[in-house]
Design a protein. Structure first.
Length: 221
């Protein structure tokens, strides 16, 4: 097997999962059981000292961070991201990925897991409310960028689409009102209709089913 993806259901490991499916790459998934603290085990920390998913074990070695994994996979499977044949083009593609990982993802976490950021019901509710407010202008930006699409970069699908789709799934699943963002909603529907994405979602659902069977599943939202 060429790649092993360490993943948890619903987590941002869905992004490389979609990319690997789109590329037609051969890969297996290693389920990370957060509720058992598997991501803090010495074996896992040896591969990814940050204790996060995704982690992709490649023929070149282990790789963490969604942005790096996306750039690596695009290097191996041209077409997963736009051409990066000059420094500025490469930087722009990286900036868009980093917008997802560094700007959007921390807000997603505050919407979904405000209890990790504050103590007490009132403070927790306040973190979540502020994150909802913080997300709104960025959601508008994503919606405008997608426009008629069909994809972030126009005619060609890319890992950037996988990334914004994961953000959409997470925030709308946690109560963020998506109705002011019809382009992003239509993009999500197009994603779900795409074969590679559907296959990735099936794999992710199988991980969730596995955790449920083991009594280790937080609710999938
Ligand atoms: N900067 C990392 C963030 C990864 C991340 O936050 N992953 C979350 C799941 S979406 C995680 O592993 N959380 C487990 C924890 O923090 O305990 C990336 O973009 O890959």
């Amino acid at each position: 097997m060429t790649y092993t993806l360490y993943a948890a259901p619903g987590a941002c490991s869905r992004v490389p999962m979609m990319a690997l499916e789109e590329a037609g790459a051969e890969f297996r998934i290693e389920l990370v059981r957060f509720m058992k603290g598997a991501h803090r085990s010495p074996d896992y920390l040896a591969l990814n000292p940050a204790g996060k998913v995704p982690l992709l074990v490649t023929p070149d070695g282990p790789l963490s961070e969604n942005v790096a994994i996306a750039l690596y996979l695009a290097g191996r499977y041209p077409g997963l991201l736009p051409a990066m044949d000059d420094a500025y083009a490469a930087a722009q593609v990286t900036a868009n990925l980093a917008f997802c990982s560094s700007t959007l993802h921390p807000i997603v976490t505050r919407i979904r897991m405000p209890m990790f950021m504050a103590d007490g019901d009132e403070a927790v509710a306040s973190v979540r409310e502020k994150a909802m407010v913080a997300m709104a202008p960025f959601a508008k930006l994503v919606d405008e960028k997608i426009g008629e699409g069909p994809w972030w970069y126009g005619a060609d699908w890319s890992i950037q689409d996988a990334y914004v789709y994961w953000v959409w799934f997470r925030i709308t699943g946690a109560g963020f009102d998506g109705t002011p963002y019809p382009n992003w909603a239509a993009h999500a529907a197009r994603m779900e209709a795409r074969d590679s994405v559907a296959r990735a979602l099936e794999r992710d659902a199988a991980l969730q089913a596995q955790l449920e069977e083991e009594g280790l599943a937080p609710p999938m939202r």
